[in-house]
Ligand binder design. Structure first.
Ligand code: G16
Length: 549
């Protein structure tokens, strides 16, 4: 069987690639202005169908979102059958196919691709796709549908939903009717699975105080509202920043990325969060979570991905001990270079900690190597993975005391509550609430585990971010040559100083992170390193050079 070249050609002609634009499958798929992504979407539809054929007809996911990016941006990423990110080797194929300049070149590239990878075109192909609330979404989805139709594949439209729900759906569809069945393959099934587990975990505990959720004016608002209905009195959720149809509102001065990078409460929550109360922020597609609270003096305190990892890992360690399983099930942590030095010190004194490059796919793979892998990026993107062997042990283990039995049941319920396919803001939020409820912790008590070192994140606009290459899990620059030595020289001047530079995979900028013993010094170090990068690489004269967030 060969490619239906005529059908592909006529549909491809309706989705021409814009000239002079190079697309790249980056940290989280293709991501750029929504207005130039039409051809990419069509080709991704085809690629998803081919990936499905290659994997013997397993369902592949396609999510249209630009997550934390501004509203005019959009993006697309592919989801592999177990709900995880696309296999890295295919990222390269995706980039090649997206950049074929004409329909003829695209068909030729497709043909080569199918032959090189020995894809059996007679196999069935199934694709499930969804989008967030961005205005450019519907047109981009229709381009994906053209790609799916060009391959005569079976498409399932999951509508407007969050990224974690789409990842959940992919795994649920592919495990349906097997012994590893992940859950009912619908958004309702997802909500039910999470809330049933949550209610079991907090049974008999006093209801936590109402929780404000900043939904970034994105798709999380819709899912959070439904989740609130399912939860009822178990915990009262108060979704705010839910204006999903107000132009320009998405991620604007709200959401997890705003809170993390500006280290401030979204202004819209100023009068809503009262002393002692805690709240949290999702990002535009609800796969990140940042917590915070106001102390008794009305001071804002942020509890980011590092703090979530510390809280959750300690809880799981305690439960494995209480269940008598601590010698059989070991917990490990995965972080990136953005993890606060305070957190890395605190965690590595207690548990194995691994540092990997930015991007969920890197963290996910590293976490799979532990019995229980807790991975979180400081930006609030993360989850907990239980290895198949650990799940097996949990189901066959026979506790010898009632206390062990209770702890075992808690761990089993956690495996249901946690979305193990990808970081999930809402599932993580319920997880945090479970731990706080079991420990009777306030935000302040949670925060007291370790002190964050003052830090600053800066974006630098450069002429070409692709000249930046890193090593040592992005902690050192190897290109352009000579710059790392100058960064080292600057860092040496600051007590407790640390700084690194890496190109973003989701925005056309280079990111600079710095930390030091006090706020002024962290700001100064970040600014100096950013200035160095701008000066040494020529910057981009047409644009604002350095953006302090
Ligand atoms: C994506 C990735 C994250 C990454 C973030 C920023 O998040 O999934 O792993 O930390 O981009 O990446 P970069 O610094 O390369 O721009 P999201 O929430 O935008 O999908």
């Amino acid at each position: 069987m060969s490619l239906a070249v005529d059908r592909i050609r006529s549909l491809s002609d309706q989705h021409p690639k814009p000239s002079n634009i190079h697309f790249q499958y980056g940290t989280a798929g293709f991501r750029t202005l929504g207005s130039i992504l039409d051809s990419v979407m069509f080709r991704v539809g085809i690629l998803a169908a081919l990936r499905s054929k290659k994997l013997d007809g397993k369902t592949i996911g396609v999510m249209v979102t630009a997550s934390h990016n501004p509203e005019p941006d959009n993006g697309v990423k592919l989801v592999d059958p177990r709900g995880e990110m696309l296999e890295s080797a295919w990222e390269v194929h995706a980039t090649v196919l997206a950049n074929a300049p004409t329909t003829d070149a695209f068909i030729e590239a497709l043909d080569t691709f199918v032959r090189t990878l020995k894809i059996d075109l007679s196999k069935p192909a199934k694709v499930v796709y969804a989008r967030d609330t961005r205005p450019s979404g519907p047109a981009l989805i229709s381009a994906i549908e053209d790609g799916i139709n060009a391959m005569d594949a079976e498409g399932r439209d999951a509508g407007v939903t969050s990224t974690p729900v789409l990842h959940y759906l992919v795994r649920a569809i592919n495990t349906k009717g097997t012994k590893d069945e992940y859950g009912e393959d619908s958004e309702e099934g997802y909500l039910r699975k999470l809330t049933v587990a949550f209610k079991k975990l907090v049974a008999g505990k006093p209801a936590p105080p109402p929780l404000l959720i900043d939904c970034a004016n994105g798709v999380g608002a819709q899912v959070a509202h439904k989740l609130a209905e399912h939860l009822g009195d178990a915990v009262r959720l108060i979704p705010v920043n839910t204006a999903t149809t107000t132009p320009g509102a998405l991620n604007n001065s709200c959401g997890a990325d705003f809170v993390k990078t500006s280290q401030k409460l979204p202004p819209s929550l100023n009068s809503q969060l009262t002393a002692g109360q805690r709240g949290c922020s999702l990002d535009g597609d609800a796969d990140r979570l940042i917590y915070y609270y106001m102390d008794s003096r009305n001071q804002f305190h942020m509890l980011d991905g590092d703090k979530i990892a510390a809280l959750v890992a300690a809880f799981i360690v305690d439960l494995t001990k209480a269940a008598g399983l601590d010698d059989q099930i070991k917990v490990g942590i995965v972080q990136t270079a953005y993890a606060n030095g305070g957190s890395t010190k605190y965690l590595s004194e207690r548990l194995p900690v691994k540092c990997v490059p930015t991007g969920v796919k890197h963290l996910h793979h590293a976490a799979e190597k532990y019995d229980v892998g807790v991975y979180f990026e400081a930006n609030g993107h993360g989850t907990v993975l239980f290895s198949p062997e650990s799940l097996e042990k949990l189901s066959s283990y026979e506790p010898s005391t009632p206390a062990q039995s209770t702890a075992l049941n808690h761990i089993i319920n956690l495996t249901q509550l946690i979305n193990q396919t990808v970081g999930d803001g809402l599932s993580d939020m319920l997880l945090v609430e479970v731990v706080l409820s079991h420990k009777s912790y306030s935000g302040e008590e949670w925060d007291s585990s370790y002190v964050d070192l003052p830090n600053r994140l800066v974006k630098v606009v450069v002429a070409d971010r692709n000249i930046f290459r890193t090593e040592d899990a992005e902690r050192r620059l190897i290109s352009p040559p000579g710059i790392q030595a100058k960064i080292d020289e600057l860092v040496r001047r600051y007590e407790g100083g640390r700084s690194f530079v890496r190109p973003s995979g989701t925005e056309d900028v280079v990111r600079v992170y710095a930390e030091a013993m006090n706020r002024t010094q962290a700001d100064e170090l970040a600014f100096r390193v950013a200035g160095l990068i701008y000066d040494e690489t020529g910057g981009d004269p047409g644009r604002r050079p350095v953006e302090f967030l």
